[in-house]
Design a protein around this ligand. Structure first.
Ligand code: SF4
Ligand code: SF4
Length: 363
């Protein structure tokens, strides 16, 4: 038997800090339920995912022994992250666009590590067909499950007990009873915290999770190229790496998929004060020939600082990232058709306000 069959892994991809405790609790429940089933199990955070910046993609893992003992399981799991995983749980649908975990090189497809015939489960209010358009294609079949719920964001370090973990457990039990089965899961939940609403949430997700098989080649072409690291022969003497020339950006340092919100600019009210350009920690703003400030969305991490420092009310407003499938620059759109841009601005600013929670002047 190969090593990869001796341990089944669950990867939980979450937004750093906001969903950290949620991810940890989900992992804990899977471990305890697997142990109820008589299997060795453990969980660990991806090495390098701490410290986490607000919203940065990060990961927890659960390893479950399949015919091996505790010691072998610990031995196999002593690594930064597993090479392949059986189940991926995605706690925010905007992560489907790609993830760049702390200390990684470049943006990677959300389903990079999925095993053939594996399972990916996402929490989202979007329809299955909308979500499939965000997911990179694989050269094998796999199962995609959607738990219909608003992604659980609760703010800095706070845990919002909105039954998301029970829903995730229930969905895993339905789609992957080889990982945790419903009887042992209900037993675990009843033992841990006897509460009808928790058991109902598990059972509800078990019976209502939307899922289907994703065919080989179904999905999108991933837009990011993995960065090519220099070999030692290519490096300058003393392993010096040439700096990025002034006025240019590092092509290998795009972190646009880190965000769950993006800033929108009302150029009609902009007073050209430059504060957004000065304060953006990721240098996303470019000055235009007529003195406005345009945004490179594929470098923007969605921190909201520009919206906070902008002195004009509603000039910069953060909006839900899951509405967008491209990184088209706002200034280009405004120049092309100002009336249409204004309508577009109104539309995106009025959509799904419940996901937006970072305070700032522009809200
Ligand atoms: S949200 Fe604003 S300040 Fe933050 S990275 Fe994006 S453009 Fe820069
Ligand atoms: S901070 Fe606001 S008003 Fe100032 S340049 Fe930027 S968008 Fe315009």
């Amino acid at each position: 038997m190969k090593t990869e069959d001796e341990v089944k892994y669950v990867e939980i991809v979450y937004r750093g800090i906001f969903q950290k405790r949620l991810a940890k609790y989900i992992a804990e429940g899977i471990v305890y339920t697997a142990r109820e089933m008589g299997k060795p199990a453990l969980s660990f955070g991806r090495y390098g995912d701490s410290p986490e910046r607000n919203g940065v993609p990060a990961k927890y893992y659960v390893g479950i022994g399949n015919g091996i003992g505790e010691e072998d399981l610990i031995g196999y799991s002593t690594r930064v992250e597993p090479d392949l995983v059986d189940v991926i749980v995605v706690l925010d649908d905007t992560l489907l666009k790609g993830v760049e975990s702390w200390a990684w090189q470049g943006v990677q497809p959300i389903n990079l590590k999925l095993k053939a015939n594996g399972t990916m489960i996402v929490t989202s209010t979007k329809r299955m067909d909308e979500l499939v358009k965000m997911v990179p294609k694989k050269d094998f079949e796999w199962t995609f499950g959607v738990i219909k719920t608003e992604p659980s964001f609760s703010g800095l370090w706070a845990f919002k007990d909105d039954l998301t973990m029970e829903k995730v457990w229930g969905a895993i039990a339905k789609l992957r009873p080889d990982i945790i089965d419903i009887d042992h899961l209900v037993k675990y939940v009843s033992k841990k915290q006897s509460s009808d609403k928790r058991i109902s949430a598990v059972k509800e997700a078990f019976s209502s999770v939307d899922y289907r098989t994703i065919r080989k080649g179904e999905g999108i072409d991933f837009i990011y190229n993995p960065p090519r690291l220099l070999t030692w022969q290519e490096m300058l003497e003393g392993t010096v790496v040439p700096a990025v020339p002034r006025g240019k950006r590092n092509e290998q340092f795009k972190r646009g998929t880190t965000k769950f919100e993006r800033p929108t600019v009302d150029f009609d009210t902009c007073i050209k004060c430059k504060l957004c350009w000065i304060y953006c920690p990721d240098e996303c703003f470019d000055e235009t020939p007529d003195g406005y400030y345009d945004i490179a969305y594929d470098y923007c991490v969605g921190c909201g600082i520009c919206a906070e420092v902008c002195p004009v009310k509603d000039c910069i407003v953060m909006v839900d990232e899951s509405m967008f499938t491209d990184y088209r620059r706002p200034y280009e759109m405004w120049k092309e058709n100002k009336v249409k841009y204004k309508e577009w601005l109104k539309e995106v600013r009025n959509a799904r306000k419940e996901r937006v929670y970072v305070p700032g002047l522009g809200r």
